[in-house]
Ligand binder design. Structure first.
Ligand SMILES: C[S@@+](CC[C@H](N)C(=O)[O-])C[C@H]1O[C@@H](n2cnc3c(N)ncnc32)[C@H](O)[C@@H]1O
Length: 353
């Protein structure tokens, strides 16, 4: 579809140069692009001679959009529809059990934001959906059926929305009159509680949209499980590069690398009967992380909040521990719509940010 093609061209990859620098793809290596999107990172990896690239995306539209690129690189670009938390199984189907590098560029693409009918953007009127795969509960269903306190919990936990409670109250009041169907329904309520948009400031609905998107797609669980899967798949010397776009994601990635590189495990603080900490499974190759340059932000405002972190796999065994995740507790108070969508186990790290 030419319009879609246009949108693919409009997606400007964030931190591309830095991501490739840290990934350091080598000729003939096998790589995973865990978030194919518009294929910006994938193209750069394929530019290195004889690389073989497994490109994953949970959005069927992104995979469909990559067909032409796959045809241009016969046998070198393998497009895989699915979630990156599942990358081991997806690659095992192709008899691949170890790779030289994994890159994850989290969040949504400009194409997804631009397509009004996906409901990701508060700037475009469309159905309030936000499901990357079109499965499970839509954002509208969450707002129309969840208890007020559960909606507040989602807005606070995943949007870090300070005024989560009054916003949830207004959402429930509004749905009694008319259920939520479009993105603008939510924008209207957000503006009525949080105020009108002001020039140079984030739109008041930004946090509510982020919260619902993360919840509907279980994005934080995906990130944690994806990091663990990458750790198991990487060969010694292989690189993991992760670009995140908000503090909730970045905190998970940062803690993952801190735990895997042995930071914060000073031997002197260990009691004599405590077991030895596991050997580091990564070396931090981008200490403190990398941020986009001012020039990049000026050309591509979407890059503003991006942060890159990267590690090189050691030959130590993978560490099974899951990084702590902020999580909501839908259903634990006996309400909500159906089964608890987010596990209690994940609540472990809550409040420690
Ligand atoms: C920021 S875009 C990636 C852009 C890409 N690096 C490029 O240069 O075009 C993020 C993509 O990751 C996909 N995605 C998000 N979470 C995912 C997951 N858990 N598994 C697989 N794909 C995911 C989204 O559908 C989206 O297409």
């Amino acid at each position: 579809m030419p319009e879609r093609q246009d949108r693919r061209e409009r997606h400007v990859p964030v931190l591309l140069r830095e991501a490739m620098e840290y990934l350091s793809p080598r000729p003939g290596g096998v790589y995973v692009d865990a978030t194919f999107g518009a294929g910006g990172y994938a193209r750069a990896i394929l530019d290195v001679p004889e690389t073989r690239l497994f490109a994953i995306d949970r959005d069927p539209a992104a995979i469909a959009g990559g067909r032409a690129l796959a045809e241009d690189h016969p046998g070198r670009l393998i497009l895989l529809h699915g979630r990156f938390s599942d990358m081991e199984r997806l690659l095992a189907d192709h008899d691949v059990t170890a790779v030289d590098g994994v890159v994850m560029d989290l969040g949504v693409s400009s194409m997804q934001l631009d397509e009004a009918d996906r409901g990701f953007s508060f700037m475009r009127e469309g159905p309030l959906d936000m499901r990357m795969e079109g499965e499970g509960l839509s954002a509208a269903q969450v707002l129309n059926t969840f208890r007020e306190e559960d909606i507040a919990d989602i807005l606070k936990t995943y949007g870090e929305e300070r005024r989560a409670r009054p916003l949830a109250r207004a959402i429930v009041r509004r749905r009694k009159e008319r259920p939520f169907t479009t993105t603008f329904d939510l924008v209207e309520v957000a503006e009525s509680v949080l105020g009108r948009p002001r020039p140079g400031r984030k739109h008041p609905a930004t946090r509510a949209f982020q919260a619902l998107r993360i919840f509907v797609n279980r994005e934080l669980e995906e990130v944690a499980r994806g990091l663990l899967a990458a750790e198991r798949l990487l060969k010694p010397g292989g690189r993991l590069v992760v670009v995140s776009f908000h503090s909730l994601e970045d905190r998970i990635v940062k803690r993952f690398f801190a735990a895997r590189t042995g930071r914060g495990q000073a031997a002197s603080r260990r009691l004599p009967h405590e077991p030895e900490p596991p050997a580091p499974s990564f070396v931090d190759v981008a200490p403190g992380g990398a941020a986009p340059s001012q020039e990049e932000v000026a050309c591509n405002p979407r890059a503003r909040s991006a942060r890159l972190r990267a590690g090189e796999r050691t030959d130590a065994p993978p560490i099974a521990e899951v990084p702590p995740l902020p999580a909501v507790s839908i259903g634990e108070r006996g309400g909500g719509a159906g089964k608890p969508p987010h596990s209690r186990r994940a609540r472990k790290g809550r409040g420690r940010r």
